[in-house]
Design a protein around this ligand. Structure first.
Ligand code: BGP
Length: 473
């Protein structure tokens, strides 16, 4: 691409939106699908009634939903394949044909409508059987089973799918015990094992990339990283450093391992300080170094404003640690940014921070960026005449797209934007109370109702933006 001439969205920009299997499909035990950790996680959440059993029924309504995508003008759709639809136990000798056929139908319809499928292979939902037999990602065996599963997907769908994402938000997975369904056992505590799981996920990602490049040389593959961009709360050097440290440990360390094939020095120092030990086999480094992603997938929602916290867990002052303290031995905490507005769920809205984020990622890796997630969760309400006036989402969308446009003008290569989410789905933390979509689904936490699809005002706004290829933003 000739960057000197790039002043706006490129002609072939992928305008999209996304969803994931457990948040959209429902049909949690239909047509042979096995249970997943995400199913159990959703059944157990006491504060959320809506679960994966029906979700928003994409499994039965995919034709209607994809038609709505077409009408909106999307030219890409990011969705995930549920491993347990393909291999119900995660490691079966034969694939489950009915599950396989479902994704064939989804992909075929997308392709028919010229909507590029962007497929995530693992989005929080490990087959529960693998948790039962070997504690999931805690075991190296999981890497082999994952590789077998992705191999099957590459072979089966690789003729139609040109963009693949290996893992969604690895750091979040390695931090959420219940999401991965980890079972505490004697001699195998969560704190001790989660860094080992993280290592196994790096290997799984690397093996998937290598395999994909070998058997599908013309397609693009990468990962989707949760990137929390940080600001120091003040210009005090300790706040500035705390902000950098959190951003590095939480976000860049993951991207650095994907990109460089080794743990960065600052992360090694952090592991030493925190007494984290991981079993790394000699050949692991080769595996990691031999797999280069074709793009960086960035899930971006917010910035965090960071203050150095003088109380530290290691100094045995645990009782003095404040509730907002997080990670890094308790020495950083997130504080409110008085310059930003916040959603009902306390997520700051910060489109300018998004431009900064894109600049930082591109300057570090010089890889094309796919914005794999970015969106606004809100408690939309249906008016009496069946409309949703979500001007707050329109505002969010326009300002975030404007930041992409500016980042492109700055020289950042962004090739796709996948708004989260196309349709209302089960929020992973707040069920149906928190809605993200351009399309409203008429159900709530407690009542399935008729699951009717209703276009929100933001649907028409995105339609207009896409029509002009973003030139009127
Ligand atoms: C990301 C996940 C998504 C999505 C989103 C919003 O971490 O990849 O699955 O749900 O966050 O979060 P939430 O649903 O908790 O509001």
């Amino acid at each position: 691409m000739d960057k000197m001439n790039t002043t706006s969205f490129p002609k072939n920009f992928l305008w999209g939106a996304g969803a994931s299997a457990f948040q959209a499909e429902g049909a949690y035990n239909e047509d042979g699908k096995g249970l997943t950790s995400a199913d159990l996680h959703s059944f157990l959440k006491s504060d959320i009634q809506a679960d994966t059993k029906i979700a928003v029924d994409f499994y039965h309504k995919y034709e209607e939903d994809i038609r709505l995508m077409k009408e909106l003008g999307l030219n890409s759709f990011r969705f995930s394949i549920s491993w347990a639809r393909i291999f119900p136990n995660g490691n079966d000798s034969n694939a489950n044909e009915l599950g396989v056929a479902f994704y064939d139908k989804v992909i075929d319809l997308l392709v028919k409508y010229n909507i590029e499928p962007i497929v995530t292979l693992y989005h929080f939902d490990i087959p529960q059987n693998l948790v039962e037999v070997y504690n999931g990602w805690a075991s190296r065996k999981c890497i082999d089973d994952y590789e077998r599963y992705v191999h099957y997907c590459f072979k089966r769908y690789g003729d139609r799918v040109k963009y693949w994402i290996t893992v969604n938000e690895q750091r979040v997975i390695a931090e959420s015990k219940s999401l991965v369904g980890f079972k505490e056992k004697e001699g195998c505590s969560w704190e001790a094992i989660r860094h080992q799981m993280n290592h196994h996920l790096y290997l799984a990602n690397a093996r998937a990339i290598k395999l994909c490049h070998k058997i599908l040389p013309d397609v693009k593959i990468g990962t989707a990283v949760s990137y929390l961009t940080t600001y120091p709360a003040t210009s005090k050097p300790e706040d500035v450093f705390a902000a950098k440290e959190l951003e590095d440990i939480w976000s860049f360390a993951t991207m650095d391992v994907y990109y460089y094939g080794d743990y960065p020095d600052y992360y090694k120092a952090y592991m030493k300080e925190q007494e984290i030990s991981i079993q790394i086999e000699e050949s692991d480094y080769e595996t990691l170094r031999n797999a280069k992603p074709d793009f960086i997938g960035v899930n971006w929602y917010q910035t965090a404003t960071i203050e150095y916290n003088k109380f530290r867990v290691k100094e045995e002052k645990k009782d003095q640690i404040e509730p907002t303290t997080m990670g890094l031995g308790g020495r950083v905490k997130i504080v409110k940014n008085p310059n930003l507005t916040y959603t009902k769920w306390g997520w700051p809205i910060d489109p300018k921070g998004f431009r900064l984020a894109l600049r930082k990622v591109y300057e570090r890796y010089h890889l094309p960026i796919i914005v794999t997630e970015n969106g606004l969760g809100a408690a939309d309400s249906l008016t009496k005449d069946n409309k949703i006036h979500d001007e707050y989402r329109i505002d969010f969308l326009k300002h975030h797209l404007l930041s992409i446009k500016k980042a492109i003008e700055d020289g950042v290569v962004v090739i796709a934007y996948s708004y989260w989410s196309f349709i209302d789905i089960l929020s992973s933390s707040n069920g149906m109370n928190k809605r993200y979509g351009f399309v409203y689904v008429d159900r709530d936490e407690f009542n399935i109702k008729d699951l009717k699809r209703i276009k929100k005002d933001s649907y028409y706004c995105y339609q207009n933006i896409i029509k002009d290829n973003g030139s009127n933003l």
